[in-house]
Design a protein around this ligand. Structure first.
Ligand code: NAD
Length: 542
């Protein structure tokens, strides 16, 4: 096909509001009912075939753990090998396909999610991962749609980026997919991330083995249905459900392993990196290692801050989706001059939080993902209750009789290095330290040296000098830094997302820099009239 094709210029997908009486609310309620009325039998997808191992695990709503949504077929090592083989078999045709055809497939996937699949994918995210309607909409509708559309646009920009050519020659850059297969290892907390990690690598011409988190399989299955309907050919994305270590054993010892696209916890990423390092001599190419990992995201208020803005940033930033966003605020530094007012407002606002299942749209807070997470959070809360440096001013209670419900909790500590000021808890628990109002600069240093992570953070202030000081002093403390806002809610195309230090390789999901990791450049120089003798002019006698 001849033509320098231009892809549609992306704009962010509008967030629907699901207000009473709206068409989207009706469609979503019906999709939730439909999901709850069936027990799905979810297969693996390898080379276009649906594979069932017969060894199944249950899928249940975190807020209603007695209800069965479905079962999925656990993969063993042989399925991992089959998935790699299927990916490698699909590779020659896929990498030879014109880029605009790949673009069209993923633009179609975006369109399917924006339209006919919107309610189904949101409902799956709601019941499977316990997100309320709004949290599902901004994740499994808007963010994944934006990832797909913006990445297609960035892909076309990458391909258009070409070197200069001198007289008599033509220089070209070819953006080859990686030689081998890419492993997409995805987390539970965002359906959009789960879809984007395999899709972004595949879009750039790669073939992918995709392993989601066990607690996200329910919506991963819908994503796969969409990819297939959009025209992703058999074998290009293979969806399997082995345990992490079973997959690791096969994948990281395979000579064609070419890269990992990971989002999840820091400990898992570090162990993967070590395994890859130990196996480096086995691979045909140096694998790309891209990982977005944990966080200990902060909010610091200056004594000049607007109190209501501080309170809202804390409430929304810490407790939406039960604090299970990698960007969720989980430590805060509040100046003494405003503490009593902030405290009063936090406590009274939190009394108005409605907590319960996602099917009841009035609930702001739902359940945490599973029993393991519930037990871990309870341990931290009970630990704080016993510690002399801590006081729990809100929450501190929990109930697992029906679902994994942890009441949003605020721990106030006099020890700025208390465990819950340093470690990632990944739940609705905020730890807060009140600092002397005139010690802002020293508190910035304290904040910067308290945690190994550097994902997101926010400063609230009405004093420009304080904002500049915080922006400079905290330049390495967060990959996404917010001024007078909460540290969550990054939008694709607007705030490229990713952190440094122990929070990841900072390859910014949904940005051009991320897509560059999934290509290996070939420089092509063509000389039109090649020289016919080896001697240079300087070698001649005058
Ligand atoms: P996780 O690390 O437990 O799991 C991520 C994936 O790795 C899953 O597919 C899981 O099955 C697999 N896995 C688990 N243990 C493994 C092992 N030993 N070997 C190989 N694979 C293994 O993470 P999660 O609980 O699904 O997600 C929450 C974490 O993800 C938090 O730490 C959060 O901060 C992080 N996160 C980061 C970002 C970001 O952009 N930085 C975004 C979302 C989530």
């Amino acid at each position: 096909m001849n033509g320098f094709f231009k892809v549609p210029v992306p704009v962010n997908e509008p967030v629907l509001n699901y207000a009473p009486g709206s068409a989207e609310r009706k469609a979503l309620k019906e999709a939730i009912e439909e999901a709850r009325s069936k027990v799905l039998d979810i297969p693996m997808y390898i080379g276009g075939a649906e594979i069932k191992s017969g060894n199944t695990m249950d899928l249940r709503p975190p807020h209603d753990h007695q209800h069965l949504l479905g079962k999925f077929h656990v993969s063993d090592a042989s399925h991992v090998t089959q998935a790699i083989d299927a990916a490698l078999a699909a590779k020659p045709k896929w990498e030879a396909l014109s880029w605009e055809q790949r673009a069209a497939i993923f633009l179609k996937a975006a369109e399917l999610i924006a339209g006919p699949y919107r309610a189904k994918l949101n409902a799956a995210t709601m019941v499977g991962q316990s997100k309320n309607a709004y949290q599902a909409e901004i994740d499994s509708a808007c963010e994944i749609i934006d990832f797909l559309r913006f990445n297609v646009y960035f892909m076309s920009q990458i391909y258009a980026e070409q070197p200069q050519s001198a007289k008599g020659i033509w220089n070209r850059i070819e953006y080859r997919p990686l030689e081998g297969f890419v492993y997409a290892l995805t987390p539970f907390n965002f359906t959009a991330i789960a879809g984007n990690l395999p899709a972004s690598a595949a879009m750039m011409g790669n073939v992918v083995v995709w392993k989601p988190s066990n607690t996200q399989v329910y919506s991963a299955n819908v994503l796969m249905e969409i990819f297939i309907e959009a025209g992703v050919p058999a074998g290009v994305i293979n969806l399997i459900y082995p345990s992490g270590p079973v997959a690791a054993e096969v994948i990281f010892s395979h000579p064609d392993f070419a890269g990992i696209h990971f989002t999840g916890s820091t400990a898992v990423f570090q162990s993967i990196w070590k395994t890859i390092g130990n196996n480096i001599h086995r691979y045909k190419t140096y694998p790309r290692i891209v990982g977005e990992t944990g966080g200990k995201d902060f909010i610091i208020a200056h004594k000049s801050a607007d109190v209501n803005a501080v309170v809202t940033a804390l409430l929304r930033g810490s407790f939406e989706y039960q604090g299970q966003k990698c960007s969720a605020a989980s430590r805060a530094y509040i100046p003494s001059n405003m503490w009593e007012e902030v405290k009063g407002k936090l406590v009274s606002e939190m009394k108005t939080f409605s907590i319960g299942p996602v099917e009841d749209f009035r609930n702001f807070v739902n359940a945490v993902i599973d029993e393991k997470s519930f037990d871990k959070l309870v341990n931290y809360i009970e630990g704080a209750k016993k510690d002399a440096s801590c006081e729990i001013i809100a929450g501190g209670t929990y109930d697992k009789s029906k679902g994994w419900f942890i009441d949003p909790t605020i721990i106030v500590t006099s020890n700025p290095k208390y465990t819950t000021m340093c470690e990632e808890l990944f739940g609705p628990v905020l730890t807060l330290y009140v600092y002397p109002e005139n010690d802002f600069e020293a508190t910035l240093d304290l904040l910067d040296s308290t945690s190994e992570y550097a994902l997101t953070g926010a400063v609230l202030s009405q004093d420009r000098y304080a904002i500049e000081l915080a922006t400079w002093k905290l330049r390495n403390s967060a990959g996404n830094f917010y001024i007078n806002d909460k540290p969550t809610g990054a939008v694709v195309g607007q705030q490229p997302f990713g952190g440094a230090r122990a929070s990841g390789t900072n390859d910014k999901a949904g940005a051009m820099i991320n897509l560059m990791r999934w290509v290996s450049l070939r420089t092509i120089k063509e000389t039109f009239v090649p020289p016919h003798r080896y001697e240079y002019d300087f070698m001649k006698e005058a």
